[in-house]
Ligand binder design. Structure first.
Ligand SMILES: Nc1ncnc2c1ncn2[C@@H]1O[C@H](COP(=O)(O)OP(=O)(O)OP(=O)(O)O)[C@@H](O)[C@H]1O
Length: 632
């Protein structure tokens, strides 16, 4: 009988309470995943012990045969998951099983609306982990002892806001988790069910998962002999690391199950790529593209996907050195012979072998996406979720710029739909005769891009324009300046240059118009003074009277607004005002008296700024001027 001492009752961190509540209510129909989660943790605990024992064999305490054991008691309604892994100290227990350390958790939970809270998949992206035990249990007891330490700990909770910890004596190191099943979850205290679940979810993990089998002797008449029961432990799973097996022998189901084991995701991955590399570098990689984004995709210290193994020994999670940041959504495993077992994060950063593996894995990942792109439907789902992350690529990874460019998808005026489903290759295939550039516009929203006055001439001439409206887009195009030998041109910057799309006659007519309006331009320039960089006549407009543009080298309007919102001080840039000589308002401008001229010119400038999505310095003054005009 163990004696519990130093017992204390503590409250869960608020986030844990919220998560427990959400989980219990939203994961009811996925209840069985609790076993996968507990086995995953137990396997990780084994991995951690094996890693630490590399330096200190004594940590095994004479038991280096890592394993997981699952038992049940149908009468008591319990299921127990036991491992002889690293175990936990009292401090570990309080920190790990009382709080959630992931940053961004509070915001994530807060953002979930009532409807979303019922969506299992949303909670699933969070990675439910240990707390999923409470989906099936009304009481959970954890007994654990850290390998190499004397002190055992017992943690108990009903999942209702509090937990109790106490010191206990414990012979074996490792962790034993006992679930007292809820009335409606008694079905899990069943040998057949548990075995099936282990095979379904944990066949492919490295550690053996064992379950007891009781055999009873029978007499000559076939009756069981009382007291002859012998319990043998039977390994239920295959217990071989999946990535070590030849590709041809691994089924899709096994790949998918392994993905769920490493990612804690509920959905199947979209695709995967399994490769064994031999030669100068020797490693095996198994990379997956998930279907759903993790909640912390945009968190600075959010989880990165790759787990590092050295010769099958788990070394670390989140090994960010193996893939660039713009591929952070990729999950998987890298196992290599070329690193030493005691490699640390710091050493990884300096190791030239790691750089080589990173560049090889990056290519693999990009090739995997290229293959996925052949399936329009699947690729679109990928793009809708991770496209904005992939757009970080050209800036981060200059060498693979062209490969990344092939993978990008955009909205364009060809479809005029907010769905980003057009590739640059699609665009190029539709370019007009004589068109040398790929035209794009950047705006704060799809509608602002689609309705921009800058597009008028392009629509008139049937020239397609890429409609950029993600926050990252201006950053993207500042690093992706050409594709397939064609430069990318912002239609809102510099002089309009349609190249050979316009005939000589057209160009001449435009020059003549510009000449004819020289006086007007000068007058507007004088009236607007310091508010503009320049005033000129344009032929890019058909319906609007005026628009604002920037010089070729100025930072775009969208990027400016983002940087200003981030509190970044920026030098002031004045817009160039372009006037549409064929518009009635411009003709009117030529005929109004001096008193009204200044006001109308200013209204045209302000309207052009509004149409482009900008903010006026003094909106009330604009309204006043406009009202004065309307009532004149
Ligand atoms: N069987 C175990 N042995 C040792 N430590 C454990 C065990 N189970 C859980 N832990 C510890 O508790 C922590 C929290 O577990 P939990 O399952 O909630 O989250 P996680 O595994 O870190 O995250 P996720 O499940 O999202 O990957 C683990 O990181 C680990 O440190």
């Amino acid at each position: 009988m163990t004696t519990a001492t130093h017992e204390e009752t503590l409250g869960f961190q608020t986030e844990v309470k919220q998560l427990l509540h959400l989980m219990i209510h939203s994961l009811y129909s996925n209840r069985e995943i609790f076993l996968r989660e507990l086995i995953s943790n137990a396997a990780d605990a084994g991995d951690k012990l094996r890693y630490q024992a590399l330096d200190n064999d004594a940590l095994y305490e004479g038991d280096s045969d890592l394993r997981i054991e699952i038992e049940h008691d149908a009468e008591a309604n319990t299921v127990t998951v036991r491992d002889n892994g690293i175990g936990m100290t009292r401090e570990d227990v309080i920190a790990n099983l009382g709080t959630i350390a992931k940053s961004g958790t509070a915001e994530f939970l807060k953002q979930l609306s009532g409807e979303q809270q019922k969506d299992a998949k949303l909670i699933g992206q969070f990675g439910v982990g240990f707390y999923s035990a409470f989906i099936v249990a009304d009481e959970v007891t954890v007994r654990t002892r850290r390998a190499g330490s004397d002190a055992g700990v017992e943690w108990r909770s009903r999942g209702e806001g509090e937990f109790t910890v106490a010191d206990i004596d414990m012979n074996a190191h490792g962790t034993e988790i006992t679930l007292h099943l809820k009335d409606d979850a008694k079905e899990f205290a069943d040998d057949y069910r548990l075995r099936a679940l282990v095979r379904k979810y944990s066949d492919h993990i490295d550690v053996p998962v064992r379950m007891p089998r009781t055999e009873t002797a029978t007499d000559d008449d076939g009756n069981e002999v009382e007291g002859s029961e012998v319990v043998t432990w039977e390994t239920v799973n295959e217990a071989q690391a999946l990535w070590v097996r030849p590709k041809s022998e691994v089924s899709d189901d096994e790949y998918q199950a392994f993905y769920k084991h490493i990612s804690h995701d509920f959905s199947d991955p979209l695709t995967w790529s399994h490769n064994k590399v031999e030669g100068k570098l020797e490693y095996t990689s198994l990379l997956y593209v998930p279907e759903r984004a993790p909640f912390d995709l945009y968190e600075r210290d959010g989880a990165r996907g790759v787990r590092l193994y050295v010769q099958r020994v788990f070394i670390m999670d989140d090994a960010e050195q193996f893939l660039p940041l713009y591929l952070r959504f990729i999950k998987g495993v890298v196992d290599t012979k070329d690193l030493s077992l005691n490699v640390s994060r710091e050493l990884l950063q300096k190791d030239p072998q790691v750089d080589k593996m990173k560049s090889a894995l990056t290519k693999r990942a990009l090739d995997m996406l290229k293959k996925l792109a052949k399936d329009n439907d699947a690729y679109q789902r990928f793009w809708n979720t991770f496209g904005a992350v992939l757009k970080e690529g050209p800036a981060e990874d200059f060498a693979n710029r062209d490969k990344i460019a092939e993978l990008l998808r955009f909205s364009t005026t060809h479809t005029d739909s907010a769905t980003q489903d057009q590739s640059l290759a699609d665009y190029v295939s539709r370019m007009k005769e004589g068109q040398q550039k790929i035209y794009y516009i950047v705006a704060d929203s799809f509608n602002a891009a689609k309705s921009s006055p800058h597009l008028e001439i392009f629509r008139k001439k049937g020239v397609e324009v890429v409609l950029l409206h993600d926050r990252i887009d201006e950053w993207l195009v500042s690093h992706l300046t050409e594709y397939d030998g064609k430069s990318l041109a912002d239609v809102a910057k510099g002089n309009l240059d349609l190249g050979e799309i316009e005939g000589e006659e057209e160009k001449q007519a435009q020059e003549e118009t510009a000449k004819a309006k020289e006086d007007l331009v000068k007058r507007v320039q004088a009236a607007l003074g310091e508010h503009v960089q320049e005033v000129r006549v344009t032929h890019r407009l058909t319906d609007s009277p005026a628009c604002v543009v920037l010089s070729e080298n100025d930072m775009g309007f969208q990027m400016r607004r983002i940087m200003e919102a981030a509190g970044q001080p920026l030098p002031e840039v004045k817009p160039i005002l372009e006037l549409n000589p064929d518009h009635p308002l411009i003709s009117r401008l030529e005929s109004v008296d001096d008193a009204s001229f200044g006001d109308l010119a200013r209204i045209l400038l302000d309207q052009a700024i509004i149409a482009e999505g900008g903010h006026l310095d003094d909106p009330a003054a604009y309204v006043k001027r406009l009202n004065a005009m309307l009532t004149a």
